[in-house]
Design a protein around this ligand. Structure first.
Ligand code: ATP
Length: 918
């Protein structure tokens, strides 16, 4: 086909035109566009992408970091110090503010990068037919005339003129405000039909809630109806979570408190202690600057951004940021089986006919493999029966097999791909088998009724109904079965039940295939509930091996006090066999959807804890199960892939959708999307979630006590009318140096060793709990004791005041460094080689602080500005020795506290027994 640009093909009133006419104008055929024309159109008319939102300029973004009460206070302090003539103080305060804004800007860049990457990973895809082949392409590559396949759960990727639809329904609330799904079909509608009545069109951005269809792209990007209305503004998200919000609120509250204390102290110092105004004022400025955690919001955001990136690297894409925190406290993971615990790489391994069971050899989706059984592998009767089964398997199928370089892949549902491979093994090449049949109607697969059916026609002769689905379901639609001689004889339900149990006990997913000749007047299939009188052809057993990574991940979860439950649409036998293979705790006790229906909410809440496998469930059951588990006060992560899983995903504390096999609807409802569908990525995400939470805690644990120690030193000095052991400007300096280095290092902390050996964190546990409050007080006291102690020692040694202050200043810096090493390990000793070795970020910042302190202590220009003196070597060693004692005291306190807690936990377990998930 030749290329048509530059003239853009236009079509008006496509809803009122015949589908063929629209196809003609846009150059579309039943084989779709040819790829050259599609490429030309993409080049000429641009990608199918929402309009890019203009970002504010860098200057604006830089300035926005000054718009914060913490910074206002510092700016006012800078203004007053300059009026008082303390220019150097003004410069240092301004440096604090500017460095803070630069860090803020840099973290914003990093956060943005993380979010853009995530957005790219979540970019929607579309199934199209091009050159007669089914392809999965990025929705951005869609062009006018493309033939797009739609199925339940898809977000319609562009405006489409439907050419085919089976039970297709779309929810068009984004466009029309109507929340009930509307029926869609290819028949043209009146020219003046309103948007909501244009049933022959599927609109970009609307959601397919049921059925299947195909449509030709008639508008892309801003030309679509939604693009015209909203300009499809990409949503802008900020990197924050409730915890970080809470901490930012806390920082603002703390600022006000500090101002209040500062004002009181100012009044006290000036009126009661009769100090000189400028002197107390400067001390108060030093107090405010050191105590206000101005860097905290930026560092917390960096911690989150790093967490989001770490999760993305482990294939867990965070859509809603609060999930990062929730993941850390998850105590139950409810997971799908197919594709999450198993590989979703299916192969038909057995076929059961009316009196024989066959084994099927082969590998992957390749069409080579012998069909054998002990008795009758080459009996012509069987080969006829197998051919009929192959025909139904191939016709009742929407997948395609592709071969590249000798390896076979599926486009579409892997299970259907496996059936195609089986059809070739049993019936020969697909093309002659299917060529003469065309499909005139279909009942697409739906998890609610668990089967799929098609109505096929040949040019001459009667139509054929083909059906495949869950065996109980298909059996209930059959009256007869195909006998070895090819006749339809009475259905032997017991025989088939035995075969189903046999195959599923081997962990095989069992499908039943059935058929019937259509009646002359049957031009359409009846609704799903009325389809019947079928002839059962046989059963197919498909293997889908468990993922080795899932086995390890389930063990890891168990060690982390997280219980894993499998909720599957598959047969109870298959589910139990796979449950055993992957190492679930109680694989032998299975509750089915029917069992669940018979339980009251109260009974369910009791049963749900002890049961690890739920089989033959539908999406409604998932919702009930989440609610039952939540009623026990547990934090639940739940996976899902289908359109109907959305309510359960939303309801779960952390909804997790499958990135590869999941529908757009499930992904949009989820908090996290797994790029590789692998259960192991959930365990990895939990680990990262726990790490992020710990790191946020570490950042806070470092910031508050060090600020507290600095502030306490000044408060005590003023209250007791002593000489300041560290001058205000020196305090400003130390704050500038450490807050921008040491504080940030903690955001990069790796996962602690025992992170997945601890029970989940209780959901309601506040971050600023008693332990942290105690730690803040304890460390603040030790830090100010150290500073005062060293200062007193220096005065006693008759050192001049400047040298005494230089010693106190360096003591403060050294204690802050030691404190950093202490905070790095909340749950274990810091006296291990790994802990001491630290990370690159830690050592870089330590070196930076060390260099800065050497500079202020020994560089003559800085000595002039900050009134410091060189520290004698012996005193330097003394400072380190005191730092070591300080560290030892902290570690001793930690060890005592952890031992006490461990004893408490053991006593609790002895008293209450059982696992910590209950
Ligand atoms: P999980 O929930 O663990 O992913 P699942 O994929 O087996 O399990 P469903 O997709 O709800 O769950 O499928 C339920 C049953 O419906 C399957 O066991 C199978 O028997 C049948 N089935 C699944 N897909 C199809 C299909 N495309 N056509 C016909 N029947 C199907």
């Amino acid at each position: 086909m030749s290329a048509d640009p530059p003239g853009r093909p236009t079509i008006s009133n496509a809803h009122a035109q015949e589908a063929d006419y629209v196809a003609d104008i846009l150059g579309a055929t039943s084989d779709g566009l040819c790829s050259e024309l599609a490429a030309d159109r993409l080049r000429a008319f641009g990608p199918n992408r929402p309009r890019i939102v203009q970002k504010p300029s860098i200057v604006r973004r830089f300035l926005s970091h000054f718009n914060n009460i913490l910074i206002y206070v510092l700016l006012v302090a800078a203004a007053i110090t300059s009026v008082l003539g303390h220019l150097i103080d003004t410069i240092v305060i301004l440096a604090v503010v500017i460095v803070n804004a630069v860090i803020g800007l840099a973290q914003e860049g990093r956060a943005e990068q993380a979010m853009t990457k995530i957005q790219q990973m979540l970019a929607p895809h579309a199934a199209v037919i091009r050159d007669g082949k089914r392809l999965d392409i990025s929705s951005e590559e869609l062009v006018l005339g493309d033939l797009v396949l739609l199925e339940a759960g898809d977000r319609v990727p562009a405006d489409l003129r439907l050419v085919e639809a089976y039970g297709l329904q779309a929810q068009e609330a984004v466009l029309t405000g109507e929340s009930l799904p509307v029926e869609k079909g290819p028949a043209p509608v009146a020219m003046d039909a309103s948007l909501g009545d244009r049933s022959s069109l599927a609109f970009s951005g609307t959601l397919v809630t049921a059925g299947q269809g195909r449509g030709i792209v008639i508008a892309t990007a801003e030309e679509t109806e939604i693009g015209r209305i909203s300009g499809m503004l990409a949503d802008v998200r900020t990197l924050t979570t409730p915890l970080v919000e809470q901490m930012n609120g806390f920082a603002r509250w703390l600022t006000l408190l500090i101002l209040l204390i500062a004002a009181t102290l100012l009044a006290f110092g000036y009126y009661v202690a009769n100090l000189e105004f400028s002197e107390v004022f400067m001390a108060i400025v030093g107090l405010s600057v050191s105590a206000i955690p101005e860097g905290l919001p930026a560092v917390l955001t960096i911690t989150l951004a790093i967490g989001v990136q770490a999760m993305a690297r482990r294939n867990a894409i965070v859509r809603r940021l609060p999930a990062i925190e929730t993941l850390g406290s998850v105590s139950i993971i409810c997971t799908d089986k197919t594709g999450t615990l198993t590989r979703n790489e299916m192969m038909a391994a057995s076929v059961a006919l009316a009196d024989q069971t066959f084994s099927i050899a082969g590998e992957g989706y390749g069409p080579e493999g012998e069909i054998s059984n002990e008795h009758a592998s080459d009996d012509p009767a069987y080969s006829e029966a197998l051919s009929e089964l192959a025909l139904v398997a191939a016709l009742c199928n929407d997948a395609e097999l592709n071969e590249t370089g000798g390896s076979w892949t599926v486009s579409g549902d892997p299970m259907e791909g496996a059936l195609l491979a089986l059809a070739i093994k049993a019936g020969g090449a697909l093309e002659p088998l299917t060529r003469e049949w065309f499909r005139s109607d279909a009942i697409p697969f739906d998890a609610r009724y668990r089967f799929m059916a098609t109505l096929q026609h040949k040019r001459n002769g009667p139509g054929l109904i083909t059906t495949k689905g869950a065996p109980e379901q298909v059996l209930s639609m059959c009256l007869s079965q195909r006998s070895a001689t090819g006749d339809a004889v009475e259905l032997d339900r017991d025989y088939w039940r035995m075969r189903i149990d046999e195959l599923s006990a081997r962990g095989q997913r069992v499908l039943a295939l059935a058929t019937r000749v259509a009646r002359p007047a049957e031009h359409k299939l009846p609704p799903a509930e009325f389809l019947g009188e079928l002839v059962l052809l046989g059963l197919v057993g498909l293997i889908d091996p468990p993922r080795p990574s899932a086995v390890a991940a389930i063990a890891e979860c168990r060690a982390a006090g997280i219980r894993v439950k499998m909720i599957t649409g598959d047969h109870a036998g298959t589910a139990a066999a796979i449950g055993r293979q992957v190492g679930l705790e109680h694989p032998d006790f299975v509750l089915t959807g029917t069992d669940l229906d018979a339980l009251t909410d109260h009974e369910l809440a009791a049963a749900v804890l002890e049961t690890d496998i739920f089989a033959r469930t539908n999406p409604g059951h998932k919702l009930r199960l989440v609610e039952a588990l939540q009623s026990r006060g547990l934090t639940i992560a739940m996976t899902g892939d289908g359109v109907n899983d959305a309510p359960a995903l939303k309801r779960a504390d952390a909804g997790i959708a499958m990135g590869r096999s999941g529908s757009e609807a499930a992904k949009e409802a989820a908090d996290i999307v797994l790029a590789d569908d692998d259960f192991a990525s959930i365990a990895a995400a939990v680990r990262e979630g726990r790490t992020v939470y710990d790191n946020i805690k570490k950042v806070i644990s470092w910031t508050l006590p060090t600020n507290g120690g600095e502030a306490l030193t000044i408060i005590i000095t003023i209250l007791l009318g002593l000489t300041l052991p560290i001058t205000p400007i020196q305090i400003l300096w130390i704050n500038l140096v450490t807050a921008t280095t040491l504080g940030i290092a903690l955001a990069f902390e790796p996962t602690e060793e025992d992170t997945m050996l601890r029970p989940p964190r209780p959901r309601a546990e506040p971050i600023l709990n008693g332990t942290l409050a105690w730690q803040i007080i304890f460390a603040s006291l030790l830090i100010s004791a150290g500073v005062f102690g060293v200062f007193a020692y220096a005065i006693e040694q008759q050192y001049e005041l400047e040298l005494a202050r230089t010693l106190a200043l360096n003591m403060l810096a050294i204690m802050e460094i030691f404190y950093l090493f202490y905070v790095r390990n909340i749950y274990g000793s810091s006296l291990t080689w790994t802990a001491v070795r630290g990370t690159k970020a830690v050592w870089l910042t330590v070196i930076a602080v060390f260099a800065a302190q050497l500079g202020i202590t020994y560089a003559p220009p800085l000595q002039v500005v900050f009134a410091t003196r060189p520290v004698p070597f012996a005193d330097g060693v003394l400072l380190f020795a005191i730092g070591t004692v300080f560290f030892a005291a902290l570690e001793l306190e930690k060890r005592l506290r952890l031992n006490l807690r461990a004893m408490g936990q053991t006593a609790h377990r002895q008293e209450f027994g059982g696992s910590n998930t209950q």
